[in-house]
Design a protein around this ligand. Structure first.
Ligand code: UGY
Ligand code: MN
Length: 245
């Protein structure tokens, strides 16, 4: 039982650990029958938004204010875009370039990770295109040759794309081989299992359902604990010069 007034959630200048006991749900203009847990937003220093959208059956999203990425955690979505209709089951995902007309409707009660980022055009790079798929169909790549740590990249490859969304799956006992310190920021949703996350100079036990935001240059490391693989969904901005040139 949780001691009243206590939580694992922690906000520091370069990171946020947000655990489900602290989630607050709110509606957003444009969406119908959907409640949003707004995990990361410019209000806390992020340059993107990450939310969990909880749909009632028939619920729908409003227009996107930026590029939009959807990853289905539970349930089933219907996506209409580019004159086509898609059904997204759990682990189904879609990338929608900024400005593309689309409709998103839940075919049953659903939970969906929604990431939105203003597009940063780069001179000489082609416009981005919509991507729709299922993470289960993506071949994993061993991180730095480590077969116990598997990465699946969902976004298309190419200079036009200014962010990535990957899943990272760790066998029990697997760990990042180094403490990373980098210019990219991260939004991270724990999907399965658990372990210890180092963020800055703090070490946190984390488990499925937790959200983490890491600011640029936040020192970060993860080691998986327990008897089942740990898995998380990871956003990062990349491929753009820090000066915006
Ligand atoms: O891609 C990444 O930067 C990743 N290895 N970071 C992380 O898992 N915290
Ligand atoms: Mn990283």
């Amino acid at each position: 039982m949780q001691v009243p007034g206590s939580t694992r959630s922690s906000l520091k200048h370069d990171h946020l650990l947000q655990t489900p006991d602290t989630f607050i749900r709110s509606p957003l203009a444009g969406a119908k029958d959907v409640e949003f847990i707004i995990h990361a937003a410019p209000q806390m220093g992020a340059r993107f938004t990450q939310m969990t959208a909880e749909f009632k059956a028939g619920g729908s999203l409003g227009p996107a204010p930026a590029q939009r990425f959807l990853y289905v955690l539970e349930g089933k979505l219907e996506l209409k875009a580019g004159g086509k209709k898609y059904t997204l089951a759990p682990a189904g995902f879609a990338y929608l370039p900024e400005g593309i007309a689309h409709e998103v409707r839940a075919l049953k009660g659903s939970r969906v990770a929604v990431i939105e980022k203003p597009y940063e055009a780069a001179a000489g790079s082609a416009a981005t295109e919509m991507v729709v798929g299922n993470e289960k169909d993506i071949k994993p790549v061993a991180l730095m040759g480590d077969e116990t740590l598997r990465v699946r990249s969902m976004m298309a490859d190419g200079q036009g794309y200014d962010f990535a969304v990957n899943t990272m799956e760790y066998d029990p006992g697997a760990q990042l081989s180094m403490v990373e310190v980098h210019v990219m920021e991260h939004g991270l949703l724990m999907l399965d299992g658990g372990g210890i996350y180092r963020l800055g100079d703090s070490w946190y036990p984390v488990e499925a359902g937790d959200f983490i935001w890491m600011a640029p240059y936040c020192p970060q490391w993860f080691g998986a604990l327990g008897k089942r693989p740990a898995k998380y969904l990871l956003y990062k901005d990349w491929r753009r010069h820090p000066l915006g040139a």
